[in-house]
Design a protein around this ligand. Structure first.
Ligand code: NAG
Length: 168
């Protein structure tokens, strides 16, 4: 389904002008506030998982960081293509304490903002913070916590904040 919509989008944008990134200023997202030292000062980037699909993973090298920007309340990654890559943040579909964060071809979901100098999703939608876990791509990976649950966080995971580092 997502694959098909990505292809449809590619076809639709092939003839259009590159979408104006008139939107907001670009920024990197850096982790802070973790109680695990090796989960701090990491930069959010994308890990390709399929056509038009990426998981949100973290890298220690700033030159591997992805540039993001806000367009209204959608958060988009600048991956150098003519079509957008939006944050897809899983719905509360399976009663889990935390859920995946993906950056996929398309506009993504609404509800993002930079509030008090941190990048957040919508509390009204159930956002209870960001979680970083050592995960199956062999690197730390970003998840979001559902505020309606009280998770038992594994010792290889920690809560973080995402600080925007604005680019010139
Ligand atoms: C930004 O938002 C506007 C209005 O919702 C939309 O028309 C436009 O396609 C968006 N741009 C990107 C790059 O998503």
């Amino acid at each position: 389904m997502k694959f098909l919509s990505a292809i449809g989008l590619l076809a639709a944008t092939a003839v259009a002008n590159p979408l104006a990134r008139s939107a907001g200023k670009e920024f990197h997202l850096k982790t802070t506030g973790s109680k695990l030292a090796d989960h701090n000062d990491l930069f959010l980037t994308t890990y390709h998982t399929g056509a038009g699909l990426n998981d949100a993973v973290l890298e220690s090298k700033a030159d591997a960081a992805t540039a993001f920007y806000l367009n209204g309340t959608t958060a988009l990654a600048d991956l150098g293509t003519s079509y957008p890559w939006g944050f897809d943040i899983g719905g509360d579909a399976n009663y889990a304490d935390w859920e995946a964060v993906e950056i996929n071809a398309g506009g993504g979901v609404d509800g993002f903002s930079i509030t008090d100098d941190t990048f957040i999703w919508s509390e009204a939608e159930g956002f209870g913070g960001w979680l970083v876990c050592q995960w199956f791509h062999g690197s730390p990976q970003l998840f979001w916590l559902d505020k309606y649950y009280t998770p038992t966080i594994p010792c290889s995971c920690s809560k973080v904040e995402l600080e925007p580092i604005y680019l010139k």
